[in-house]
Design a protein around this ligand. Sequence first.
Ligand code: NI
Ligand code: MN
Length: 233
Amino acid sequence: MSLALELTYLGHSAFYIESGPFFALIDPFIKGNPKCPWTLDHIQHLTHIFVTHGHGDHIGDTLALAKKFDALVISNFEIANYLSQQGIRTHAMHVGGRRSFDFGTVKLTPALHGSSIQTPEGPRDGGSPCGFLLTIGPHTLYHAGDTGLTMDMQLLKEDQVTLAMVPIGGNYTMDAHDAKRSVSFIAPKKVIPMHYDTFDLIKADPHAFKAQVEAENPEVEVLVVTPGQVLSL
Ligand code: NI
Ligand code: MN
């Protein structure tokens, strides 16, 4: 199956992916995301949602969107358990686990971070945070989630990642310097920097990141993507 894949960056760590009958959001922080050009009504089709961890800027609008579209949420066991209690269809996985779905394969990768969920009843354990390695037709996408630099990222080199989405904003995650080191570990074909400039604490210069990564890794292309921009892969 070699379907075309379209990817729209929605600011922060949120992405919308379309490939044939597969319509997915990763970390759908739409309402309240100052960088997101879309409202919830913008989304017309949605079959799957991927949630890297429980923090509000990642779980975002998962509940409302999953309910509206009856979309399947793929996340760790604790987040899936929480959402299924709200009547959402979920598929629980955990870090290191891989599974085939009708659209491709999913593997949860380690992330160095927290994952508590803010609920109306107070904070709730959101399990271990993760990233996603998604193989869809000829495309292997790695969304790192929120994470610090890890040695584990070196293992991704063997997966021949075609597009890596890595945080560069610092403070809560890798900054641009460590993100550049992660790119050397992962050796993807293309990289999109994410999780920067949404808030004052995570200001970063994606163009400086691009220049430094491409100087050290001539075979890697960094795509500085404006929120709302659609990439055809
Ligand atoms: Ni977080
Ligand atoms: Mn975050």
